[in-house]
Design a protein around this ligand. Structure first.
Ligand code: HEM
Length: 108
């Protein structure tokens, strides 16, 4: 089974790479790594929610947050595809905002 905690750790590493990238090619590569980890996290159930029904409030909040995160990665990737590196990084900062918002909502 997918370990959400491991996927989150991978997201954390690739997020750092994204924010340190200084050309469109490495930015695109690091965003792809981040996205893959986020999709992995999406396919798992966080430890503290394993005993909850799929429609519990927390599980719905988790699903909503991960979907928003993936949608935002796609916004960033589009800018990277267009070679707009500073704009892409400005949008990438919103990934961290989503992290703070949802970690706080979910108490993690
Ligand atoms: C840039 C985005 C994000 C990063 C870098 C990130 C990173 C992390 C890290 C490092 C952990 C702790 C793993 C450990 O215990 O060592 C974690 C846990 C967790 N995060 Fe995130 N996170 C992000 C976004 C999100 C979002 C958007 C959500 C909710 C939708 C979320 C939900 C969780 C949950 C539920 C856990 C606990 C996992 C478990 O124990 O099974 N995270 N995250």
């Amino acid at each position: 089974a997918v370990d959400v905690e491991d996927a989150m750790k991978d997201m954390s590493k690739s997020y750092r790479l994204v924010m340190n990238a200084d050309d469109a090619a490495s930015l695109k590569k690091d965003l792809a790594t981040f996205r893959a980890a986020a999709v992995e996290a999406q396919s798992g159930i966080p430890d503290k929610m394993k005993k909850q029904p799929a429609d519990s409030t927390e599980r719905k909040i988790y699903a909503e947050g991960i979907q928003k995160l993936i949608n935002q990665v796609d916004v960033v990737s589009k800018l990277a595809d267009e070679g707009k590196v500073p704009e892409a990084k400005a949008e990438a900062a919103k990934l961290k905002e989503l992290m703070k918002e949802y970690h706080s909502k979910l108490g993690v």
